[in-house]
Design a protein around this ligand. Structure first.
Ligand SMILES: [Fe+2]
Length: 276
């Protein structure tokens, strides 16, 4: 097994590791890699949907997406499709997945099926480092506060994406509050747990003050110094710790360059704990 560290902040590409052969017995090795690097990548993994589900199950129960229809045979697998001439891409903007849930998913596994020759990389960011490097003045204000996370509703996940289909849940947006600093349940590390896509308000602060503070925090979280970038190839797999990272699917599909190619990814998510 060879490990290629992707940046000073997080991320590692692992080679000589066949994800088909992971069982409960050698799962610890995989999980240790994930806890250390926060997002790990594997290329040339020819895994079927069934194998993707088995891999996910080693981390815990696999959940269905709240708003988007899954595959007919595997409802927990969300197929993320960008049509060839579509400029938008699902997952644009910094976020951690489903932070609006009571128990946001702990792990996400992505499998690339069709990848444009250029464009559509994904950037990941380390939210433990984001906490460590945050201004002490801001830390003092937010350390024991909660924030409100809101789902943005079903339209957010399907309306701007021609290939994404609703699962029939067209209900209203919903919200949950989580600590701004959460503790990683497996490592005990502190995590800055707000994100620009779903976090709307700091509880207990006037709106104006909350908006100003969140803007500062988001700006800090977006620093490239906290990130790594992965250029996809087909049949690659990314496993990411959704508790302590954010990600951003880059939509750099411009005419004469990245535009004109279909992009297809499969995603599964594993049920997480309630942040504390
Ligand atoms: Fe995402």
């Amino acid at each position: 097994m060879e490990i290629n560290i992707l940046s000073g902040a997080l991320g590692a590409e692992v080679s000589g590791f066949n994800l088909n052969t992971i069982t409960q017995d050698n799962f610890e090795k995989l999980n240790t890699l994930l806890l250390e690097h926060k997002v790990i990548f594997f290329r040339d993994q020819n895994i079927s949907s069934e194998e993707l589900m088995s891999l996910g199950s080693l981390f815990g129960p696999v959940e269905e997406h709240a708003y988007v229809k899954g595959l007919d045979d595997f409802p927990q697998i969300t197929r993320i499709v960008k049509a060839a001439n579509e400029k938008n891409q699902w997952g644009e903007g910094w976020h951690s997945d489903v932070s609006y849930d009571v128990t946001p998913c702990k792990t996400i596994i992505l499998r690339s099926i069709k990848i444009p020759p250029v464009g559509g990389d994904t950037v990941f960011s380390n939210m433990e480092l984001a906490w460590e490097t945050l201004d002490q003045d801001i830390k003092d204000i937010v350390e024991n506060k909660n924030a409100l996370h809101t789902s943005n509703g079903s339209k957010f996940f399907v309306e701007d994406y021609s290939q994404m289909e609703s699962n029939g849940n067209i209900g209203e947006k919903y919200s949950n509050e989580h600590p701004i600093v959460r503790i990683h349940p497996e490592t005990g590390n502190k995590i800055l747990y707000v994100n620009p896509t779903y976090t709307k308000k700091i509880i207990g602060l006037p709106k104006k003050e909350s908006d100003a503070l969140l803007e500062k925090i988001f700006k800090h979280q977006e620093k490239l110094d906290l990130s790594c970038r992965f250029k996809w190839t087909e049949n690659a797999v990314a496993i990411l710790d959704n508790r302590c990272t954010q990600h951003y699917a880059i939509a750099d599909f411009y005419p004469g360059r990245g535009l004109g190619h279909e992009r297809i990814m499969d995603r599964i998510a594993i049920v997480g704990d309630q942040p504390f």
